[in-house]
Design a binder for this molecule. Structure first.
Ligand SMILES: [Zn+2]
Length: 233
């Protein structure tokens, strides 16, 4: 937290995974009031046999207090497709709740870009908003997401050698991008493979400035403004 704050990172949006992670997430909010801000939601990798009761938990949480976003929700077919149908069900239902409470969604999509875009499109009647977190699709997917009114979450992958991401977002304006770390995963170069932390956000800012031929300050200003817009602060 200290290192991140020294680098100008002021707010930390914490995505939910499932009911088991909830206490740790709430404890961070209590420890860093106004800085650590939790979300609620059921992560697609944690959609298992008990997903109905996990969804009930999310529904209760939504009614218990205000939340800044619903996430991470989405589809992940990378590990296995055992619960594919349940993942879809959980994704659809949580989107409906997000619409009901008028909060953004943070989408986790792995090996499921076209499918996730398809689900968002089904629900997008002009009111759904959110972020495709750690976006890793191609230029066409980037365009489709932006056309749906969604933001692309850009993280450490942008800095990787042979990453297709710089090309994929070449024609996407900064006004459609938000920055993230996905800590402890996906550390940017020069810390690739090591434990990621929020202070490393500056390497992503620097790389994006390079990709966009834009000053670092401008990248920081616009993407911070986008985050403020999407999270309503
Ligand atoms: Zn994720």
């Amino acid at each position: 937290m200290h290192r991140a704050e020294k680098e100008g990172v002021e707010k930390f949006y914490l995505p939910a995974i499932d009911s088991e992670c909830q206490d740790a997430l709430l404890a961070l909010e209590v420890r860093y009031p106004g800085k650590c801000i939790g979300m609620t939601g059921l992560h697609p990798c944690n959609v298992k046999e008990n997903y109905q009761s996990e969804l009930q938990f999310v529904e209760q949480e939504l009614g218990r207090r205000p939340w800044v976003a619903l996430g991470e929700i989405g589809l992940d077919f990378y590990w296995d497709r055992t619960f594919e149908g349940q993942q879809y069900d959980a994704f659809h239902r949580q989107i409906e709740w997000a619409l009901h409470y008028d909060i953004p969604i943070v989408i986790h999509s792995r090996e499921s870009m076209a499918e996730s875009i398809g689900v968002v499109r089904e629900h997008q009647k002009g009111l759904l908003k959110g972020i495709f977190h750690c976006f890793s699709g191609d230029a066409r997917a980037a365009r489709e997401i932006v056309d749906l009114g969604f933001y692309l979450g850009i993280g450490g992958v942008l800095t990787y050698k042979n990453s297709g991401l710089p090309d994929a977002i070449r024609d996407i304006g900064l006004e459609h991008l938000v920055l993230e770390t996905d800590a402890p995963y996906l550390s940017p170069v020069p810390f690739r493979g090591k434990r990621n932390e929020s202070s490393y956000l500056k390497y992503i800012v620097q790389k994006l400035a390079e990709v966009k031929s834009t000053p670092v300050e401008e990248v920081a200003r616009v993407t911070t403004g986008n985050a403020q817009k999407i999270f309503g602060i």
